[in-house]
Design a protein around this ligand. Sequence first.
Ligand SMILES: [Zn+2]
Length: 376
Amino acid sequence: MFGESFSLFRVLGFEIRANVTWLFLALLVTWSLAAGFFPFVYPDLTPLTYWTMALVGMLGLFFSLLFHELSHSVVARAHGLPVHRITLFLFGGAAEMESEPEEPRVEFRMAIAGPIASVVLGVAFYLLAVAMATVGLPEHVAGVARYLGFINILLAIFNMVPGFPLDGGRVLRAALWQLKGDIRWATRWATRMGQGFGLLLVALGFANFIAGNFVGGMWWFLIGLFVQAAATASYSQLLTQQALAGRTVRRFMTADPVTVPADATVEEFVEEFLYHHNFDRFPVVRGERLVGSIGLSEVRDVPREERDRTRVEDACEERIKENTIEADMKADEALNRMQQSRTGRLMVTEGDRLVGMLVLKDLLRYLDVRSELEPD
Ligand SMILES: [Zn+2]
């Protein structure tokens, strides 16, 4: 979502990443603190002081968002749901999970962990501010800690709005799920609340805009659009996960795919495979063992006059983790992987052996047909 992200560091075994949009937020926050908020609350200080306070405030905000997401991730991991990375972006953070919780209790604990962590951190910053004032530090120094205390409480309140996929929406979903035992129904209502809240923010932004508050209005407008889109996307993701639940890659793969023997020459490959079948890439095998894959780009790398002397095995792209998948892997995880790496085809293996091909189009077609037959 929202373009490029880059890796920052690892903490507690989680990879922490920042989206390019986070840089925008960092700049905006630093600037509005240095040029607006701090000079307004603590007048008559030097610009250097304001910018230092703003920088500390921005780093504190970064730490606060990270602390919030880490608390979700630690609880998720404790319940056996692996979280690989945490990405901070324009409107906060997201812990990326491979699968959703399987019972409402787990969903509830995971969701509530974030706001609780933010409240705890908020109170800690307030106490720090009080302690700083008590030992006689200048008021504006304690002021940065007080600002961070306020931000964390605000973060907790905003996230507790009962609209999916915000934390409060997840809590609501867990409650509805517990009540009726139907996660689809629970998600549908929690999502509608999320979409409604998103639209409310958009309207609020619009009203602010008309009233002349352009920056604030635009901000609410964008957050509203984001919440609305995230609610809709999370819901369709859940439907997909459920449609594929309990099914493995084996169920969707094409067995006995067309394979190229490792000893064939590149010339033979072009004549007998590339010109004859309607595929871009072909698995290369020695016996049943998968060696790699070959397509047009590898053929182009071999000079024309050497094509009848070069063996496919020496020209092909080697078998790598990114282009293969185990037959017993869950189908929804396979779909996630294909969408994230933008691959349309994966070679399906059992250990060393090639057993089939998984084609994204086939998976999507299955989902389409299913949603036609079982509309929501
Ligand atoms: Zn959260």
